[in-house]
Ligand binder design. Structure first.
Ligand code: UVW
Length: 321
């Protein structure tokens, strides 16, 4: 028999829960906290007009950082000048002689910088807001990424640079931190994690991915990240954090080092509280700029691709500071 508890045993029968808080039909959870006042509050943190797109490349020559079992994008040209050079069938002969390039791609919707749909993970047969897990079969009928795409995300973002705080280029495999570590780092940075802030956390681990061979990155695969505790979940709930954004593939330490449970914060934060997760976000350039002038807050905006029934979708979030 396994010593690893079930998700329910770990999180408890009385796990904190926001189901129903925004009505029985809600599909965007804690993004409801980001009302117009929050967008305007975020805009007040634009000071120098610098723009930071945060998407990691899709189709990087090194390969793309994906959760084990997923694959990098497979992008292929359908049309290019060789189509006309070689007289290929299907190369259009437009009046006027225009040629063009076209391509298509097979992608894991969760295989690049991405928003998770709120229904992406579950336990005990229920997804976010209490919808039946069978609503995920053959496409998410409830709480798909399309709901997030149609709403959009904007508000005050605050970046906590855990790697810089710990004096290393990236956190080690399996290295953990908690909400109290986040607060200590925030204090050291001279910034406050405020009510309803979009929380961005840099571990440096995306830089590690690009710096080492894939075999090394994936050996005994375990990312650094936040680790589960009831107090941490309460902290997220009390601060009404709408969106957690990190430079790791899974937003949390992959396997909880105490219980051995995989991805408990996906369940405690996303499934139960409706906190939206954004993964594989390129934060290094933004962190450099923030460290240079000591300003760690800004306007954060994003909207994932609008994929009907999608479990997640690629996104290029944009920070303006
Ligand atoms: C899983 O939940 C397995 O993956 P992700 O980190 O993309 O949410």
């Amino acid at each position: 028999m396994s010593d690893v508890p079930t998700m329910r045993e770990l999180l408890g029968d009385d796990a904190l829960n926001n189901w129903g808080k925004w009505g029985p039909d809600d599909e965007v959870g804690a993004l409801n906290y980001l009302d117009a006042a929050q967008v305007l509050r975020g805009a007040q943190h634009i000071r120098s007009g610098e723009v930071f797109p945060l998407q990691a490349p899709m189709g990087h020559p090194h390969g793309d950082p994906v959760f084990p079992g997923r694959e990098s994008i497979n992008r292929v040209n359908v049309l290019d000048e060789s189509s006309w050079d070689e007289g290929r069938e299907g190369a259009p002969a437009f009046p006027g002689g225009l040629h063009y390039a076209d391509d298509k791609a097979e992608i894991f919707l969760q295989g690049s910088t991405q928003y998770d749909a709120l229904g992406h993970v579950w336990y005990d047969g229920k997804i976010w807001n209490g919808y039946d897990a069978r609503d995920t079969v053959e496409g998410m009928k409830k709480a798909s990424v399309a709901a997030i795409a149609e709403r959009g995300v904007a508000g005050r973002g605050v970046l906590i640079d855990m790697a810089r705080h710990r004096g290393k280029p990236w956190l080690d495999k399996g290295e953990t931190f908690t909400h109290t570590d986040l607060e200590a780092a925030a204090q050291a940075q001279g910034v406050e994690i405020g009510q309803r802030d979009i929380l961005l956390i840099r571990t440096g681990f995306l830089g590690y991915f690009y710096s080492v061979p894939a075999e090394e990155f994936y050996a005994d695969f375990v990312e650094p990240g936040l680790t589960y505790s009831r107090e941490l979940v309460q902290w997220f709930a009390d601060r009404e954090i709408p969106n957690l954004v990190t430079d790791t593939i899974a937003n949390e330490v992959t396997k909880d080092p105490v219980s051995g449970v995989m991805l408990p914060l996906h369940c405690a934060l996303m499934r139960n509280l409706g906190v939206v997760l954004t993964e594989i976000v390129a934060l290094d350039k933004l962190a450099e700029a923030c460290a240079a002038d000591g300003r760690w807050d800004f306007l954060y905006t994003a909207a994932p691709l609008n994929v009907v029934e999608g479990t997640g979708a690629p996104v290029n979030p944009v920070v303006i500071r």
